[in-house]
Design a protein around this ligand. Structure first.
Ligand SMILES: [Zn+2]
Length: 87
């Protein structure tokens, strides 16, 4: 148990790198052993592929960025309750 392989799960950044074929060999080895990470990675890759297909039909610059902006949940900007100050 001294020379254990890299057992840390992939972080989202690494999953992204893997989907783009940029992941380092050591982390790639973990992926080969870890079903959990593989499931996540395959899902990420499928998502990227679908996005790539979408952009092929609508090859506007910044398309993905705009989609991602819509995905982000807007923070409500309602009126704030202020302490009643009579000063
Ligand atoms: Zn893992």
């Amino acid at each position: 148990m001294t020379s254990a392989p890299d057992t840390r799960h992939l972080i989202p950044d690494e999953v992204e790198q893997w989907a783009q074929g940029l992941l380092s060999a050591t982390r790639d080895a973990h992926l080969a052993l870890c079903a959990e990470c593989r499931t996540i990675a395959e899902r990420e890759r499928r998502l990227l592929r679908e996005l790539a297909q979408l952009t092929r039909f609508a090859p506007e610059f910044g398309f993905v960025e705009r989609v991602m902006a819509k995905v982000r949940i807007p923070t409500p900007s309602g009126p704030h309750f202020r302490p009643h100050t009579d000063a």
